[in-house]
Ligand binder design. Structure first.
Ligand code: NAD
Length: 286
């Protein structure tokens, strides 16, 4: 039976450490603040935004919430972002994706000042992730790295297979594993003979968005399996992108869904916000 990589527990430990760091920053007169913008009423996004607010309260970060109607125009949204860019009480800005169809997602991402881009989606931050000299790491891949470290596995020289090539998860995930000297293969919807690739993985990351897509027989015995997927298959039932029951019999370590990567993502957002507060405070002092 595989070891469970319990992101919920690890994330609580990280948030407790951050709580102390926030207190120490406040003593130096630095008050981290996170602005979260949600346009529209997507139920899943509402849950994510609420959880982010709760995490801010837990660690002591000021949270500024902007719940905008579906009818908000792109110009109005960008105007708000530009106002927040200039606001010294706001260390980090996050616009919950997806935005409604009439708004250009790329324009929104590009409007956020790179030094406040705690999601690390701005092209400047994406470029920095490529070079390895980065301030902010995208929250989900950063959370995955923490869990891999937690499992005690050294990525160096390992075969790492990432299934999914999105800008938010797959691509930055592959880069982070590469920076740790993993031999990385990125698989996607057009990959030929996927199982042949996944069966080779010492570390397998699934970020596909298809419920239980990775079957037990696609996993190398003893692999570390990281399931990024969050799929709601019934009103109260979430499953990942990995067929958990079969996978945990084969893998050495695996993340559960829920309670695996999800909570780590929010903990990493808090970490990035603290970093932004420090960076922006230093800038103000210069
Ligand atoms: P996405 O839809 O943007 O990307 C999915 C990727 O899967 C694509 O790159 C595509 O090429 C690949 N894919 C699709 N079908 C495939 C197939 N048959 N074979 C191989 N690859 C295939 O999704 P995303 O934003 O990267 O999210 C992926 C999953 O992770 C979703 O379930 C999402 O809900 C979840 N997610 C979780 C967190 C978290 O905090 N845990 C954060 C972000 C996303």
């Amino acid at each position: 039976m595989a070891i469970l990589l319990k992101g919920k527990e690890v994330s609580t430990r990280i948030k407790d450490e951050l709580k102390n760091e926030v207190a120490a920053l406040k003593e130096k007169g630095i008050h981290p603040g996170l602005a979260v913008i949600l346009v529209g009423e997507d139920p899943a996004s509402q849950v994510y935004v609420r959880n982010k607010k709760l995490a801010c309260e837990y660690v002591g970060i000021n949270s500024f919430e902007y719940l905008l109607p579906e009818s908000t125009t792109q110009e109005e949204l960008i105007e708000l972002i530009e106002k927040l860019n200039k606001d010294d009480t706001v260390s980090g800005i996050l616009c919950q994706l997806p935005v409604p169809k009439h708004i250009d997602e790329e324009a929104v991402i590009n409007a956020i000042a790179p030094n406040k881009d705690v999601d690390a989606f701005h092209p400047v931050n994406v470029g920095k992730i490529m070079t390895g000299n980065f301030d902010f790491v995208p929250c989900t891949p950063a959370g995955v790295m923490e869990l891999i470290d937690e499992s005690g596995i050294d990525v160096k020289g390992k075969e790492c297979v990432v299934v999914g090539r999105s800008n938010i998860v797959g691509k930055p995930m592959a880069m982070l594993l590469l920076h740790r000297h993993g031999t990385v293969t990125i698989c996607h919807s057009r990959t030929a003979d996927l199982a042949e690739k996944t069966k080779n993985a010492d570390i397998l990351v699934a970020a596909v968005g298809i419920p239980e897509f990775i079957k037990g027989d696609m996993i190398k015995p003893g692999a570390v399996v990281i399931d990024v997927g969050i799929n709601r298959i019934a009103p109260k039932k979430l499953v990942g992108d990995v067929e958990f029951e079969a996978a945990e019999k084969v893998a050495a370590a695996i993340t559960p869904v829920p309670g695996g990567v999800g909570p780590m993502t929010i903990a990493m957002l808090m970490k990035n916000t603290l970093k932004a507060a420090e960076i922006n405070h230093t800038k103000q002092e210069q």
